[in-house]
Design a protein around this ligand. Structure first.
Ligand code: FAD
Ligand code: UDP
Length: 393
């Protein structure tokens, strides 16, 4: 016998759960959310390790936004722990301020300097490339060769397994460059962590959606698609998988996460390095552009504000996206975009389907590297269209 729901939502990340919550509370329609992983939250999931430290399961998730509607929406489900994310880069045997700012420039000169001096130095040392087409040219045009070689070349080559020359300029354009002392990693006005973590926030969203939403974890869409009757499907998984790779696989880069936990006692020996009791390293994130196989080490306790005497670090090792590896970073190139556009055309035909409408939202279905606030914004917009359609019925 088929399971009957108004909506079938594939994926319990920010995209899927935002849709589920809105559909349940505003339209009071029933939703089945299927999630192939054993937990909700998608890549933003967090959990407590055996020593009680809250750890982000899939790399650091720094919430930030300029979008008031998104912030207001999420604030219904969480209080916030404000935090300016500040990170460092470790290379040539020392810690450097990163992203490049006046403090970094002073470290490089080995003496105090000024914004004016830094600006003059950049004007002289940056390559004059008006419209940089790749990441190497972008960085050379913004900070010059010295900082490119120190911070970007090794890191980017490890992360993407190719030269920065082969990558779209937008990849490295994520990193700001400043000539003042603003050493924050990100630019957005609102930067904060959900006070009790992301998983707690997702649980609140589902609580609000009760009794209209049912969640089945460890359930692959492919296995239940036939068993479920729902006139609308909201799909947040990989778009190529939905169409059984008809036009080939969309390329992704993946990561392997290696977590190490420390007791308060073990951390005592790190105090000289971290500069803070109860911490292993001096910042939430330390980038490693050098020979190490990992790209960065994250000690998220710096950012969550959790009061806990133990701590945990996570090393990130970039890897190819083959076998069971999770697809994390879309590899943007003209070739992958051409494949994606073919899937997009197939998806467009289903969005107006008579028997079953399928909407494709989120970072995997759109093959875009969206931040959390962006996918929530997109889901809210998608819901608005849906609500308008239902009101007109
Ligand atoms: P996801 O979170 O990927 O959720 C999709 C879900 O669908 C997954 O749980 C998946 O298991 C499930 N699924 C897929 N296929 C199926 C299927 N066939 N059946 C059932 N379930 C399926 N954003 C920020 O704003 N700040 C950050 O600091 C930040 N850091 C990041 C660091 C890393 C390492 C990565 C990879 C991403 C980071 N992001 C960050 C991006 C953030 O993770 C995404 O914006 C967010 O997770 C997107 O939510 P989503 O629901 O679209 O996708
Ligand atoms: N990057 C780099 N050196 C660094 C940090 C970043 O070369 O120290 C490059 C790298 O190519 C990376 C991109 O800038 O993929 C974007 O960095 P971000 O920190 O935003 O990456 P994410 O957190 O998304 O993995």
């Amino acid at each position: 016998m088929a399971w009957k729901f108004d909506f079938l939502i594939v994926g319990a990340g920010f995209s899927g759960l935002t849709m589920a919550e809105r559909i349940a509370t505003r339209l009071r329609k029933s939703c089945l959310v299927v999630e192939k992983r054993p937990h909700i939250g998608g890549n933003s999931h967090d959990s407590y390790d055996p020593s009680g430290v809250l750890v982000h399961s899939y790399g650091p998730h720094y919430f930030r936004t300029n979008n008031e509607a998104v912030r207001n929406y999420l604030s219904q489900f969480t209080a916030w722990h404000p935090v300016d994310y500040k990170i460092l880069s470790f290379t040539e045997g020392r810690y450097w301020q990163f992203p490049v700012n006046l403090n970094t420039f002073e470290q490089y000169l080995g003496r105090p300097s000024s914004s004016e001096e830094m600006e003059a130095w950049l004007a002289e040392n940056c390559q004059k490339i008006e419209h940089p087409k790749n990441s190497e040219d972008f960085v050379l045009s913004k900070v010059g060769r010295v900082f490119y070689e120190k911070f970007f070349k090794g890191y980017t080559t490890k992360q993407w397994a190719c030269s920065p020359k082969e990558l779209d300029a937008s990849v490295c354009a994520r990193i700001p460059v400043r000539t003042n002392r603003d050493d924050r990693y990100l630019n957005e006005r609102f930067q904060a962590m959900p006070k009790n973590g992301y998983t707690a926030l997702f649980e609140k969203m589902l609580e609000a959606a009760r009794p209209f939403v049912e969640v089945m974890t460890e359930t692959d869409f492919a296995k239940i698609a036939e068993k479920t009757q729902a006139s609308e499907v909201i799909y947040t998984g990989p778009i190529d998988e939905f169409f059984r790779w008809k036009h080939g696989h969309l390329p992704y880069r993946s990561l392997r996460f290696e977590t190490e936990s420390f007791t308060a006692e073990a951390l005592l020996q790190r105090e000289k390095i971290s500069g803070k009791k109860g911490f292993w390293q001096p910042a939430v994130q330390v980038n490693h552009p050098g020979e190490e196989a990992f790209t960065r080490i994250v000690e998220i306790k710096h950012a969550t504000g959790q009061q806990c005497e133990n701590s945990a670090i996570v090393r990130e090792y970039p890897q190819d996206c083959t076998g069971d590896a999770e697809p994390y970073y879309p590899i943007c190139s003209p070739a992958s975009e051409e494949i994606f556009q073919k899937y997009r055309a197939m998806a467009a035909a289903l969005q107006t389907g008579r028997d079953r409408r399928v909407s494709f939202i989120g970072r995997l279905a759109n093959y875009r590297y969206f931040n959390m606030d962006q996918v929530v914004g997109i889901a809210l917009h998608e819901f608005q269209k849906l609500e308008n359609r239902y009101r007109e019925k």
